[in-house]
Design a protein around this ligand. Sequence first.
Ligand code: MRU
Length: 365
Amino acid sequence: MSKNIMEYETVELDEQEGGILIIDQTGLPGKTEIIRLRTAKEIWEAIYLLKVRGAPAIGVTAAFGIYVLAREIAGAEKESSGGKSVVFENFYKRFKEQKDYLDSARPTAVNLSWALNRMDTVCKKAHEDGKSVEEILEILHREAKTIKEEDILVCKAIGEYGLSLVKPGDGILTHCNAGQLATCKYGTATAPIYLGQERGYHFRVFADETRPLLQGARLTAYELHSAGVDVTLICDNMSAMVMKNGWVNAVFVGCDRVAANGDVANKIGTSVVAAVAKRYGVPFYVCAPTSTIDLATPTGDKIKIEQRPAEEVTEMWYKERMAPEGVKVFNPAFDVTDNELITAIVTENGIARAPFGESLKEMCG
Ligand code: MRU
């Protein structure tokens, strides 16, 4: 019998063979393939091509990635110096170059730079504390594993807080995939759903298909269905109808970056769902680990929005091209939902409500 998708690790470090193992999410749900990433280019491309995606999973991949590359840099330095102990300055120059390279893979999800900066900070601190490069590698190893372990605990805590906002039998709508596949377990927006499932809440979930890369259809519908959750797939332009029909009691979405004023960047189409939810009086909840809250970015209009290739709109998933050759295409991967459309932001430290300028600071401690 084939393994259920919920039994796979989204991202893991291969301690025996080296490198990082990820599920190549571009093949799902048809093909489940685990691929190994060893080089900087492989890691960068896996993030850019969305083989691994979702803000927290990108962060964990980057942390493992820079650790794997740090080992390689140290090994190469040792070899070129004829086996002598590695000089930190030589090691750190290459470490910083690789860190900046990985950081350039995608601009919107703050977890990418958050995780890389965290690894950089422990690296520099260990050097200041007089550790050797060999010891620094051990510290980087521990830190990357901690980032992954924390992700699981954080998602579970978000799930508990999120669950307190809904009741058994509720209809829940979600957009894109902020599920287990976007994290290391539970997901963020799906965490209340999975915890509710364990406790017999019998939610009815509506998953937006999420054009153009279909994370809702290919990933959210797949993982919820595989977990035995009652899930109905809808096209992105159907959310108004299901809300008007009274089938949705709450919207839960994930996010890629929360600005200090509570504006939220998430998958393109999220702001439409928020506006529709406001129209029909449905609470709109954003699930955000504090690692996704960027207090250094004051408002949503300062968030860099990733633009992606036109082919994702005109050709991908179709048997033949579905738009005239040469037509102009606008393909932003994310949009910003204004804080006034957001009922609450659910973090691992509690539920933030307006005024978000104050409540988010409190959540970040
Ligand atoms: O382009 P993607 O698939 O990486 O976009 C993912 C999202 O927009 C998610 O909602 C977000 O990263 C939160 S994942 C817990």
